[in-house]
Design a protein around this ligand. Structure first.
Ligand SMILES: [Zn+2]
Length: 419
């Protein structure tokens, strides 16, 4: 590419007013009285949102398509004979009483970037596909569309979705898809160049550091476990402290020491203990069983494995000293999803072209990028969330940050075109 052509590309910007209007218009669909949005996946509001999106992209130049998982795509076709596809986007569904930016910003900024490329008649060496993934938020299954597209969807997941089997069956019918079509929606990764997703941060790191863009190095993996300590029930008055086999004391000591271990050895990992139950449930009996849910998140599978070994050792050590039994049962896990370095570099070059400050960081929340990262080279990036609030009607991202995000998306696409 000639130097002057490069400069022209770097000076291209999105249409701010069109993007802001699209965001405002979409927020009317499923709008709640307090300024939030309820557009649950597979619901009537979801279908209205989808129809709105389909209407937006039926301009000449875009090919509109849906797949067997009801993912919606608007494709700007390249004339290049060996063109692969660069996918950009996010999700249009929301949680119950959610905000206007989570997901919607990612789809509409991607669409705005594609429309700008179309307006400017910039020839791309790849097809550019703007995608709206089905049911990211999990009102029925969670990351439904990206599971299907990447071939990670299983019959077992469809049999036991978190929102219930009946809701899934009815929902799929609403969108005109079936189990068979969803399971058949896997794409060929050899035909996909990569994936970018813009999302609001849903945290305070960018605000606290006064940064414009967070370049996400990966999405943390999540391990979920059931922990049980077992001891011996006995009289709470007549049993001296020194001979008790108190299961709750084992659990309590484990929780505090697991927190300290996380902070001291595995920072920035996070660890949570919930759903604490003890038996028997009485004031005057030393409990013989304490059971709770343990969840921990970290950036790579290796670090998660190391954490797991340390936590198991901690449990066994405490149990043997207190004369208890310790049990560890795996409930579920979600693999860590590292971003592709070439995609991170494209995002950083894009931010540099725009004079925006940026920093690499992990994502502690799940996104469709998680599924895409283990499938094709992928990366996501964040713009600031005011006060870090999300999944809430008060979720807000300033216009300037919305515009910055869309311009980074545009420039990152153009960076990929240079490579
Ligand atoms: Zn989201």
């Amino acid at each position: 590419m000639a130097a002057c052509e490069k400069l022209i590309m770097e000076n291209i910007r999105i249409n701010n007013q069109r993007l802001l209007k699209n965001l405002a218009d979409l927020a009317q669909i499923g709008a709640t009285a307090d300024g939030g949005v309820t557009r649950l996946a597979f619901s009537d509001e979801d279908i209205q949102g989808r129809n709105w999106f389909a209407e937006r992209v039926k301009s000449p130049g875009f090919d509109y398509a849906t797949d067997g998982a009801a993912n919606q795509s608007a494709v700007l076709k390249s004339s290049h004979p060996d063109a692969k596809t660069l996918i950009v986007g996010s999700h249009l569904d929301t949680v119950f009483n959610g905000g206007r930016f989570d997901g919607a910003l990612g789809v509409l900024a991607a669409l705005e970037a594609a429309q700008t490329i179309q307006d400017q008649e910039i020839p791309l060496p790849f097809h550019l596909e703007v995608i709206n993934f089905t049911d990211e938020e999990g009102s029925v299954m969670g990351e439904f569309g990206s599971h299907a597209l990447t071939g990670a969807m299983t019959e077992d997941q469809l049999e036991n979705p978190r929102g219930g089997r009946d809701a899934l069956v009815a929902g799929m019918q609403n969108l005109g898809i079936s189990e068979a079509t969803a399971l058949g929606a896997r794409r060929n990764p050899a035909e996909i160049l990569g994936f970018f997703e813009l999302h609001i941060e849903q945290g305070m790191r960018l605000k606290n550091e006064n940064l414009d863009i967070g370049v996400v190095t990966g999405i943390v993996g999540i391990r979920s476990e059931w922990i049980t300590f077992r001891g011996k029930a006995n009289h709470a008055g007549t049993t001296p402290m020194s001979v008790r086999q108190d299961a709750v004391m084992g659990a309590a000591e484990f929780m505090v020491k697991a927190r300290d271990l996380t902070n001291e050895k595995f920072n920035p990992a996070v660890l949570t203990c919930t759903q604490i139950e003890s038996k028997p449930a009485a004031f005057n009996i030393v409990p013989n069983e304490a059971r709770f849910a343990l969840e921990f998140r970290h950036g790579t599978e290796d670090l998660l494995d190391e954490m797991m070994i340390d936590l198991k050792n901690l449990g066994h050590t405490i149990a043997s000293r207190l004369n208890l039994e310790f049990e560890w049962d795996d409930a579920s896990d979600c693999r860590a999803a590292p971003a592709a370095e070439n995609m991170l570099v494209a995002l950083e070059s894009a931010a540099n072209n725009l004079g925006l400050s940026h920093q690499r960081m992990m994502s502690f929340a799940g996104h469709d990028t998680q599924m895409m990262s283990n499938f094709v080279p992928s990366a996501m990036f964040f713009v600031p969330s005011e006060a870090g609030i999300s999944h809430n009607p008060k979720e807000y991202t300033q216009d300037k940050d919305v515009i910055n995000g869309a311009n980074v998306m545009l420039q990152a696409i153009l960076e990929c075109a240079k490579q």
